[in-house]
Every structure is written in structure tokens, then in C-alpha cells.
Design a protein around this ligand. Structure first.
Ligand code: OGA
Ligand code: MN
Length: 210
């Protein structure tokens, strides 16, 4: 399972999701798009256009002992060239998943996230056990990493728990530039381990109707 979740071949993506519910894919976005998105995230931070990420249903509570990143929600109707490239890639992922796996995905919400050195996000699931009636559900999580020259000793891995009942059954994925981790939002607990340098990600959730 461990090795077969990794692929660089976009054609294997659907098979991996169908088989394991999880896929790691390198070069999900082109190099120049990754660089531009990373610069945009840093610029938003400098311009104080990022907010401390909240937790819970309405994202209202700030708790640095649970998550320490700052986020910026993307608006598809008001997007940069690089963001357009990202949205196009996500749209083709959405159609691909719908065509082959009948997931009924109809929308996307995405945020850039910056984790300062030392920040983390404790073990969690991306959707709630009890959905809010009438509100769309997060069905597929897609995290794209925007960190150039990331080294193993920089830490900051995404730890994905492969089995709810067995904490030891997990993989640690380095947040290297251009890599995407795609998984079923209601299936995989995951956490962000602390890094010793700033760590940037772009997370999108493909939505389905409750
Ligand atoms: C999240 C999340 C992981 C990451 O935002 O829900 O789990 O690697 N992000 O940024
Ligand atoms: Mn998450």
C-alpha cells in the first residue's frame, strides 16, 4: 500500500483513488505556476491579507495548540494567472473523478496556507461526522505543496493515517513543490508535523451534495 499510493503518472491517479482512496502525485502543477502561487502566498502574508486559521464548523475558534497556520481563501471569479492554472487543473480533476468514480462533485473551495516555522495542525478529519443539512460536503481533499528546495530535515510532513483503528499504520509525505496529495475527505485522518522553516500549501476540497 505504502509504495503504490505514490505515482507521478496522472493516468494512475483515478486507479489509486479507486483502490486506496488516496494518491500522491508529483508535478501536479507546472513549476512556474508553483513559483507564482508561492510568491502570491508570501505577498498576501506581507499585506496582512491572511487570517489565522480557525477550527470547528464555522472556523471561528483560534487554537494554536491545534493549528497554527494562516490562510487565504481563493476566489475563482477574481483570480491571478497562476490561480487560473490551478483552477483549471482542479476542474479537470473534478470531471475525471466524476466520470470514473461517480462522486457527484460539483464545487470547490480552496485556501492558501502558510505555516510559520514550528506551526502544526493536529490529527483531524476534513469533514464532520454529522453534516449540516443542506450544506455541501467535502468529499475529496487535494493538497498541493509550494515549497522549493524542501529537505527531509525541514520536517513539516503530512502524516496520513491509513487505518482509523491503528495509529501506527501511517505514511509521512514531504511537502515538496508541485506535489499533490489527494484523498477521500471522510476517510483519512491526517496531521501536519512541525517544520523548521515556513511551509506553504494550497488545499482544495471538491464538494458533493449532502
Ligand atoms: C487542512 C490540512 C494539510 C497541509 O488544511 O485541512 O490538513 O499539508 N492541510 O497543509
Ligand atoms: Mn486537513
Amino acid at each position: 500500500m505504502q509504495l503504490s499510493t505514490f505515482t507521478t503518472n496522472p493516468e494512475q491517479l483515478i486507479d489509486r483513488i479507486a483502490e486506496h482512496g488516496l494518491c500522491v502525485i508529483n508535478n501536479f502543477l507546472p513549476e512556474d505556476t508553483v513559483t507564482a502561487l508561492s510568491n502570491e502566498a508570501q505577498q498576501l502574508k506581507r499585506a496582512s491579507a491572511m487570517q489565522e486559521a480557525g477550527i470547528g464548523r464555522e472556523h471561528l475558534a483560534i487554537d494554536k495548540n491545534i493549528r497554527g497556520d494562516s490562510i487565504h481563501w481563493l476566489d475563482e471569479g477574481n483570480s491571478s494567472e497562476a490561480q487560473k492554472g490551478y483552477f483549471e487543473q482542479m476542474e479537470s480533476l473534478r470531471l475525471n473523478l466524476n466520470q470514473h468514480l461517480y462522486l457527484g462533485l460539483f464545487g470547490l473551495e480552496s485556501h492558501l496556507a502558510i505555516y510559520p516555522a514550528g506551526a502544526f495542525y493536529k490529527r483531524h478529519l476534513d469533514c464532520f461526522a454529522k453534516p449540516t443539512p443542506g450544506k455541501p460536503l467535502r468529499k475529496v481533499t487535494c493538497i498541493v505543496y509550494l515549497n522549493h528546495n524542501w529537505k527531509t530535515e525541514d520536517g513539516g510532513q503530512l502524516r496520513v493515517y491509513l487505518n482509523k483503528a491503528d495509529e501506527d499504520h501511517r505514511i509521512d509525505i514531504a511537502p515538496i513543490a508541485g506535489r499533490a496529495v489527494i484523498f477521500l475527505s471522510d476517510t483519512f485522518y491526517h496531521e501536519v508535523l512541525p517544520a523548521n522553516r515556513e511551509r506553504i500549501s494550497l488545499t482544495g476540497w471538491l464538494l458533493t451534495r449532502a
